[in-house]
Structure formats: structure tokens, C-alpha cells
Ligand binder design. Structure first.
Ligand code: SAH
Length: 466
């Protein structure tokens, strides 16, 4: 190791920054966040540093750096750490020389050879802090690693550490055996408790924690609690899944997925996770909806963490709520992770918005495929609304949709778009009109999954796609 990574307590301790520019302000920010008393020596301050000053976070000495200026700080303000971040080599050198003589640890920004300490790239989930260093060799590499970690670790991770800290004593009292306590924490930290705590749903988190304490103190054994994640996997492009979706997917023991979920996403699960296809193949259903829900319940009851991947968003024509209902009935903890729905994904990738100040102030998401006994689409209301209309599962019933809208006075020339396999490398975008909709689908042999969009807003595409 080139450096010893240590975390230093600088609360209420004087620390000094020489320089008033953007780099100096960023360093000052770290000192401030760590609770130091920050003094800045610089003849002038740039915007970011002025902000620190106006917030009362720094004391400013509006002079150039000099030994006399340092003497003027007084013994009680003698800095514990000094960072020099000026554009002037001679000033940086003078700061360095002074600190060496006085025995004060110093860091000259971007010059490793003049540093007693270096500042790592930081992932801040206080009180959890991750520091990444390349020993000063490549700050950019450190920043890239930081970016990866940022994506991996949920933003509310600090809350989790907070709850754990509060319960440490209680758990120690309730579970006296060291091994049992270890098993308790390991089980807890792989359960729904984590996500509840991370989201700040503290009451629910504490309930899970308490149940597990009772379980271990009664039986001496930790019991893995199964749970289900209903994850929106986005419309096709695997990069459109959320960070949260990915994180939960990667902690699942079993993955249930269907036809609309990109294979690349299923691949992102842990290697040892079991994968079960529950989609529809041609016309024959592999598993009926009720069976899928039941399967999730059964797996969770075995203590498994189940990721149910759904195309787009689970709660938009995804029957996610039906699955969730059975989970509630069976007291199985679950999370719903929203996804980018086909309407949002396909329109963006096809090059037009769904609303626009000139063309449309509202959007309707409509199913083009009603189950028997379900109420018909209200074409009259749609025709009056001025909504951009997005029909899911509408290809088969395109003729009916077209006739319904025309019958209620919508114009044949109203723009329409058909987006097949949206957001995937095979995406096809067909721009047509309401009058030509069915004909275009037939002529171009449109295959599912495809989305039909009808509305003036499609005209914006001419301005956005060259
Ligand atoms: N829950 C999903 C919708 C499921 S219904 C979501 O939020 O997107 C299935 C219908 O969604 C398909 O018939 C099709 O109309 C639409 N769809 C889903 N993915 C699509 C894609 N990549 N391209 C075009 N349409 C898509």
C-alpha cells in the first residue's frame, strides 16, 4: 500500500485551505462536511467559495498566503490539516515548505509529490463512507470506480447503518450466543429489512427485525424470510432498468421472467440463481396467471428471495397488482420496483414526446385488448379529450380502434405511429395517419410487441429526427 487509509475525526478542529477557486471550494466542502472549522486564505473568492462564505461555513482571510498571515491566525487556530489549491506554483510551494517546517500535514492539489495525505474519491452514505484511492496515479480511474459504487449502493444506505447502530445493544442482550448473533445479523441483512430501512420505512423495518429477534431467542436459529420483488424491467433496452431493480435482481435466489423481458437482464442475475420462464409461448400459456402468483408464494414460503421480472412497468397493464394481492393475503413481504413503461420508452426512442405545449397537454394509456366482460374503450371520451393516445396490445384490434376513433369524429389525417420492438436494436418506427393505420399494419406485417400512438404530438418528430 502506498498510503494508509484512515478516517480522521476533524470535528471542530481548525483546518486551512489556501485558494478561493473551484478546486479549493470542493476541498473546503469535504472539510465542512466532516465538521472542521475551515479557514480560507485567498485574496479573492470565486462563486462556489463565496457560497460557502455566505452560508457561514468558512472564515475568510482576504489576503495572499504568507508566513505573517499564518502567524496572524494565532496558536489556537493552528491548522491540523492544510490544503493548497491555487493556480500559482510559487504559492503552493511556499505553503508546502511552511507546513513541512511546522510539521502540519499538507496536501497540494493535483501534485502527489507535495502531499503528506491524499483525498480519496468518496461515496458518501453517511455514516457509511467508502473511500477509493489509486495512490494518486489516476484520479479519473478512482472517479470511475466511485461512479460504479454509487450505482450499486442505494442512496439511503446510511439510514440502514443508523437502524443497525440503534439495535446493536438490544440484540446483544436478547441473543447472547456469539454464533447465533452472527447468524441473526447475516440473515437479517439479506432480508426485506434492508430495503425497508434504506427507504426510511423504519416501522416496517423494525417489525422485521423484532420478529427475527423473537425467532432466534426462542428457537436459537435464524429463519430466512422469503420475499418477492416485482421488478419493472423496462420495454426492451436492458439499460433502461432502474438501479434498484438491478440491485434486487442480483440478490434474488429465483428469477421468474416472461417474454417481454430482455434476455440480457435475466443474465444479470446471480449465476447460481434459478431461472424460471413463465411467459406465454405462441398461444399456449406456459403458466396461467394464478399459477404464477401461487408459484411466487410457494417459493417465498420456502425462504427464497424471488425476483419477478416484468416488461415495462409492473403496474401498467402488467397485472402486477393481482400478484401483489396474493402476496398480501399470504403475508409475504414484497417490493414493487417501477419500470419505464413501453409508452415512455418507445416514444423517446422513436423521436417524439408524449406531451408538448403546442400539441397535447395529456396522455391516455389504453389497452387495445379487453378481456371478455370488460368495459369497452370509450372512444367518444378519447376523441373529445385531446389526449395523446397510446394503445398497448392494440395490433390485433387496430381496425376496431381506428373505426372507433373515426366514428367519433377524429380526422383521418391525424398522425399515428406504430412502434415495433421499441428500444431494442430491431425497433421499427412507422409513421402514418389514423386513416391509414390498419392498412399500414397489414402492409408492413407488424408483429408484436408493438405500440400504437395516435395524436398531433407525433408531428414534433419532424423537428427532432433528421
Ligand atoms: N407492463 C408493460 C406492458 C405490458 S402489455 C409496460 O409497462 O410497458 C404488453 C404490450 O406492451 C405489448 O402488446 C405492446 O403493446 C407493449 N409493449 C411492451 N414492450 C414493447 C416494446 N418494446 N415495443 C413496443 N411495444 C411494447
Amino acid at each position: 500500500m502506498d498510503y494508509l487509509p484512515i478516517f480522521v475525526d476533524i470535528k471542530n478542529k481548525p483546518c486551512l485551505i489556501v485558494g478561493g477557486g473551484a478546486v479549493a471550494a470542493r476541498k473546503a466542502d469535504l472539510f465542512i462536511k466532516s465538521g472542521a472549522e475551515v479557514t480560507v486564505i485567498s485574496p479573492d473568492l470565486k462563486t462556489e467559495m463565496k457560497r460557502h462564505l455566505s452560508l457561514g461555513d468558512i472564515a475568510w482571510h482576504p489576503h495572499p498566503f504568507s508566513e505573517a498571515e499564518m502567524q496572524a491566525l494565532g496558536q489556537e487556530n493552528r491548522p491540523h490539516y492544510v490544503i493548497s489549491a491555487t493556480d500559482e506554483e510559487t504559492v503552493n510551494q511556499a505553503v508546502y515548505a511552511y507546513c513541512q517546517r511546522e510539521g502540519i500535514p499538507v496536501n497540494v492539489a493535483d501534485q502527489t509529490e507535495y502531499c503528506d495525505f491524499i483525498l480519496p474519491a468518496i461515496v458518501d452514505r453517511s455514516p457509511v463512507t467508502i473511500a477509493v484511492s489509486t495512490g494518486g496515479r489516476s484520479p479519473i480511474l478512482a472517479r470511475l470506480m466511485k461512479a460504479r459504487l454509487e450505482a450499486l449502493i442505494p442512496s439511503g444506505f446510511g439510514r440502514l447503518a443508523g437502524v443497525l447502530g440503534r439495535y446493536r445493544k438490544t440484540v446483544k442482550t436478547a441473543i447472547s450466543g456469539t454464533e447465533q448473533r452472527k447468524a441473526f445479523w447475516e440473515t437479517l441483512l439479506q432480508s426485506a429489512f434492508v430495503d425497508k430501512a434504506v427507504q426510511g420505512r423504519i416501522v416496517e423495518a423494525e417489525r422485521i427485525l423484532q420478529t427475527q429477534i423473537d425467532q432466534v431467542s426462542k428457537t436459537g436459529q435464524a429463519l430466512p424470510t422469503g420475499e418477492v420483488y416485482l421488478i419493472g424491467a423496462g420495454p426492451g433496452d436492458p439499460d433502461l432498468m432502474t438501479f434498484k431493480g438491478l440491485r434486487l435482481l442480483q440478490q434474488a435466489d429465483v428469477i421468474l421472467y416472461d417474454r417481454l423481458v430482455a434476455p440480457e437482464i435475466v443474465e444479470m442475475a446471480r449465476r447460481e440463481a434459478e431461472r424460471i420462464y413463465v411467459g406465454k409461448k405462441d398461444k399456449e400459456h406456459t403458466l396461467a396467471q394464478g399459477d404464477i402468483s401461487q408459484l411466487m408464494v410457494d417459493l417465498a414460503k420456502q425462504g427464497k428471495r424471488v425476483a419477478r421480472l416484468k416488461g415495462g412497468d409492473p403496474y401498467i397493464f402488467g397485472r402486477g397488482a393481482e400478484e401483489a394481492e396474493l402476496l398480501v393475503e399470504n403475508d409475504i413481504p414484497f417490493e414493487v420496483v417501477p419500470g419505464i413503461t413501453a409508452a415512455a420508452g418507445c416514444s423517446a426512442y422513436a423521436g417524439f414526446p408524449l406531451t408538448h405545449r403546442e400539441f397535447s397537454q395529456s396522455v391516455s394509456l389504453i389497452t387495445g385488448h379487453q378481456k371478455e366482460g370488460e368495459s369497452e374503450v370509450d372512444y367518444g371520451r378519447l376523441a373529445e379529450s385531446g389526449d395523446t393516445m397510446v394503445f398497448y396490445m392494440g395490433v390485433k384490434n387496430a381496425a376496431k380502434i381506428q373505426a372507433g376513433l373515426l366514428a367519433h369524429g377524429m380526422s383521418e389525417s391525424l398522425p399515428a405511429a406504430i412502434i415495433e420492438k421499441g428500444t431494442t436494436p430491431e425497433q421499427r418506427t412507422l409513421i402514418t395517419t389514423l386513416g391509414e393505420l390498419t392498412e399500414t399494419i397489414k402492409r408492413q406485417k407488424v408483429k408484436p410487441p408493438a405500440l400504437l400512438v395516435v395524436g398531433e404530438v407525433i408531428k414534433v418528430r419532424e423537428r427532432l429526427v433528421k
